[in-house]
Design a binder for this molecule. Structure first.
Ligand code: FAD
Length: 280
C-alpha cells in the first residue's frame, strides 16, 4: 500500500483547484492520498476526487495502517460517536484534521510534499486575483486560524459606571480581530440578544455561537472574554487544547478547571492593552 501526503498552503479558487488537485491525485499513483482538511481542501478536494475516480473521506482524526489495510476514525452525530471504518476503494483521499496532519504523517512515516498546482483550467472565467481571506471585512469565522476569540454577553452589559459600552466593545473586538486574524466565536446569550432592544454587536450572528447548540471549532488556542464559561458553552471548546479567559468574576465557570489561565480583570482594559501592544 503506497501512501502519499500533500500539504496545502495559500488560497485558490474552486475552478483552478479542482483540475489541479484531480491531476495530483491521478499523478500520485498512490493508494492513499493524505491531505490536511483546511477550508481550501474541503472546498475543492471532493470534486477533484470524483474527477480522479477516487473515494474520499473528510474530518478524519486518526489513521491506522496494518499491512494492506487502512482504518480511519471520524466523529459523527456532532462529536458524540467516534466511528472507525475502512474502504476497499483505491485511490482513497483522506482529509485529516489540519491540527493532526503533521502527527498522522509522522506516525505513518510519510513526508508531505506541496500540492502541485497550475493544471490547465477548463473554464471561460478569467481569474484576476484572489482576495486574501479575511480582508473583505465580512468574514469573522476563520476555521484555519490558530486562535478562537470568544466574546460573551458581558461586552454589552452594564459596566462599573452603570452604562453599557457596546460601541467601545465593537471597536476593541474588531481591532483585535483585524490585528490577530483570530476567528470570532460567541455565546448563546450574546447572539440571542439582537432584536430584543438590547445593546448588540452588529457583526455577531448565530453562526458565531460556540457550544452545545452552536459549533465545536478546532482552533489550537482559545481566548474567552466577558463569557461566564457555563457548561453548555464550554462543551463547544472540547477540541481547544490551550484555553485562557478574561472575566471580572473570580468564581466564573472558567475558574473551575475549564481554562488553563483565568485573568480576573476587566476585558475592556485587557483587550485595549493587547490591541495597543499588537499595534506596535
Ligand atoms: C439547552 C441549552 C443549550 C445551550 N447552548 C448554548 C451554546 O451552544 N452556546 C452558548 O454559549 N450557550 C449555550 N447555552 C446557554 C449557556 O448556558 C449560558 O447561558 C451562556 O453561555 C451564557 O453566555 P455568557 O457567558 O456570554 O453570558 P453571561 O452568563 O451573562 O456572562 C457574562 C459574563 O461576562 C462577565 N463580564 C461582564 N463584564 C465584564 C468585563 N468588563 N470584563 C470581563 N468580564 C466581564 C461577567 O462576569 C459574566 O461572567 C445553552 C443553554 C441551554 C439550556
Amino acid at each position: 500500500m503506497t501512501i502519499k501526503a500533500y500539504s496545502i498552503e495559500g488560497n485558490g479558487t474552486f475552478a483552478q483547484d479542482v483540475p489541479a488537485f484531480a491531476a495530483a491525485i491521478k499523478g500520485a499513483g498512490a493508494d492513499i492520498v493524505l491531505v490536511p482538511g483546511v477550508s481550501r481542501a474541503k472546498r475543492s478536494m471532493p470534486a477533484a476526487a470524483m474527477r480522479a475516480g477516487a473515494a474520499i473521506d473528510t474530518n478524519v482524526v486518526a489513521v491506522q495502517a496494518e499491512g494492506e489495510k487502512l482504518t480511519v476514525q471520524r466523529w459523527a452525530y456532532r462529536q458524540r460517536i467516534l466511528t472507525t471504518f475502512t474502504r476497499a476503494a483505491r485511490p482513497w483521499v483522506i482529509l485529516v484534521d489540519p491540527s493532526l496532519f503533521g502527527d498522522i504523517c509522522a506516525q505513518l512515516g510519510v513526508t508531505p510534499e506541496a500540492m502541485p498546482s497550475g493544471a490547465a483550467v477548463e473554464t471561460r472565467t478569467t481569474v484576476n486575483g484572489v482576495v486574501a481571506a479575511g480582508k473583505g471585512g465580512e468574514s469573522t469565522i476563520k476555521p484555519d486560524s490558530p486562535l478562537l476569540f470568544v466574546a460573551g454577553a458581558g461586552w454589552t452589559k452594564k459596566q462599573a459606571d452603570g452604562q453599557s459600552h457596546a460601541a467601545d466593545a465593537e471597536s476593541i473586538i474588531l481591532q483585535f480581530l483585524d490585528k490577530s486574524q483570530a476567528s470570532l466565536g460567541s455565546t448563546k446569550s450574546l447572539v440571542d440578544m439582537s432584536g430584543e432592544g438590547n445593546a448588540v454587536l452588529s457583526f455577531m450572528t448565530h453562526l458565531n455561537q460556540v457550544g452545545q447548540t452552536g459549533s465545536t471549532p478546532r482552533h489550537p488556542k482559545g481566548l474567552s472574554t466577558c463569557c461566564h464559561g457555563e457548561e453548555p458553552h464550554v462543551v463547544g471548546w472540547r477540541f481547544i487544547k490551550e484555553r485562557r479567559a478574561v472575566n471580572i468574576d473570580a468564581n466564573c465557570g472558567w475558574a473551575r478547571g475549564k481554562a488553563d489561565v483565568l485573568y480576573v480583570a476587566d476585558a475592556f482594559a485587557v483587550m485595549a492593552k493587547v490591541n495597543e501592544l499588537l499595534c506596535k
